[in-house]
Design a protein around this ligand. Sequence first.
Ligand code: GDP
Length: 284
Amino acid sequence: MAEMQNIQWFPGHMTKTKRKIAESIKLIDIVAEIVDARIPQSSRNLDIEDIISKKPRLIILNKCDMADPRKTAIWKEYYKKNGIEAIDVDSKTGKGVNLFIKAIRGVLSDRIEDAKAKGINKSIRVMVVGIPNVGKSSFINKISKGKRARVEDRPGVTRGNQWFFIDKNFEILDTPGVLWPKFEDPLVGEKLAFTGAIKDQVIDIQQLAIRLLELLSIDYKNNLASRYKMTEEEVDGLNGVDLLKAIGKKRGMLISGGDVDTERAAIMILDEFRSAKIGRITLD
Ligand code: GDP
């Protein structure tokens, strides 16, 4: 997708974001890195390693309600093998969010024990980071619900930043760190666009839907078949363009002359993917 390779994250914005995160990093004990469970690798920004340096971290696989549960389990295992704890949550309903505090305390258990032994009673402070649209605000909202007692501003904190007490000795920064998406790899760019992390205005929507159909027809053939009332053999026999047309036709999306309105069909397919109507799908 040539169009997508041309997108550049505005460098000025990037520097400012990076600086903001770097400032907040000094004030916190642990970073909660939110990723989209449907694309747990493509929705990461590995520059985070430099920014957060050696801070402890927890990965939150958000939107797990829309992701393939089998793959979510594999990803959690993968992160664990690489020394990073991960939890899966659905910030829309709040499912799994209750495991957050315990997971954070688990990652920091040595420090907590250490502080206790020294008689120090110190709060754990957490900052949430992630690329746009992964659900940072939704997560913070859920976690701080009913606990909106704000802690006073602290010196050194960027003005406007506040802390929420969410448990005993446990505070979360109300403003998440916004990372920029990275997509030197065109396939990563596509996946970000499928999930809506890259705005549709800057990409060719039909091309995008065709690519999505191509990918789904490999790993999620039966999802496509059952959603659009086709047989798996039918799905198998069609390339992306013909799948788009066949699906549009099934849905009666025709223009004068009897041709399929592929633009409308493309919008519908992306919409149905994004709302998990095609099923719980993970593309990484
Ligand atoms: P942010 O840009 O990272 O702060 O993302 P938002 O919190 O604004 O969420 C982006 C969109 O994803 C919103 O439409 C949310 O309702 C939706 N969303 C966030 N978390 C979840 C989730 O766990 N499941 C589902 N289904 N939708 C979610």
